[in-house]
Design a binder for this molecule. Sequence first.
Ligand SMILES: C[S@@+](CC[C@H](N)C(=O)[O-])C[C@H]1O[C@@H](n2cnc3c(N)ncnc32)[C@H](O)[C@@H]1O
Length: 293
Amino acid sequence: MIGEIGGAAGGEFGGELDLGGLRRVYGTVGHRLFYTLVCRRARHWGWTEPGQSKWRCWRAQRQLEGVLGRKLALPPNARVLDAGSGSGVVARQIAARFGLRVTGVDLMDFHVREARRLSARAALEDRTTFAWGDFHDLEYPDASFDGVYSMETLCHAYDPARALAEFHRLLRPGGRLVLLGPAAVPRAEMPDPQQALLEPYLDAMVLPGARRYTTRTIGGLITGAGFRLEEELDATPYYLPTTEALYAYFRLPYAALRRLGVTEHWLGLRSTVEMYELRHHVAWMVHTAVKDG
Ligand SMILES: C[S@@+](CC[C@H](N)C(=O)[O-])C[C@H]1O[C@@H](n2cnc3c(N)ncnc32)[C@H](O)[C@@H]1O
């Protein structure tokens, strides 16, 4: 489903879409302040090469977008879908640096408005467009895109298999898919304190996808949707430096918010602290796949 901003209520999707929950995650003032001021509107982690300083988080974010652009490996002017585009930071980077034409879809009307405004300000309106929509069910015709990517959004999917089937439908034969994001590492045993942290974290951040696949099963989901898996990369070592830096910056402020009992307004901060505390149970994966002709 795509459409005008706010064009449908959550219930119309059926399934398990938790639109209210996502609005709570992304709409609180604290969360929006965090992403605007700290992350310069990008809602994703970063990629640090060996030997680079972990403290340069904005550079790491630009490097991660560079990894995405290189894995897409598409010629200039190729049409690309950004599934869960947020404020459009990734779309603008991909458009400006790789010459691609990017269509972003997102469920948050305020993200879509912000993405349009920022693209206009960056004079990238001709290469980036943004629409309100659910990436499980979009109304674009079959084979509309040469590439599809998801930057840390599949973890929000209430039905990852259905979302991947939709990406497959939207790609032309030969089209390329790149998925970047966290996946749970299956372990025989998870110590109780971390188990106690994980479940409330997944609920608070509305991450149903993260419960539906692991590092072991996500590749099967991608091939099950009809793709040929070109590369399955465990990129955790490149992500960990950003995780460590953000934990160092925000551990104490978040502890103060915990004491005040107001953490629900500061989910971005919660993410920086709890993702680090859960680091032994999460891997950061980059999947590249092709829809064969
Ligand atoms: C972690 S943010 C990533 C945003 C962007 N990719 C970035 O890296 O800055 C996840 C985004 O996915 C969006 N989202 C979650 N579920 C979605 C769905 N089913 N369809 C479209 N967007 C969705 C959220 O509204 C949010 O903007």
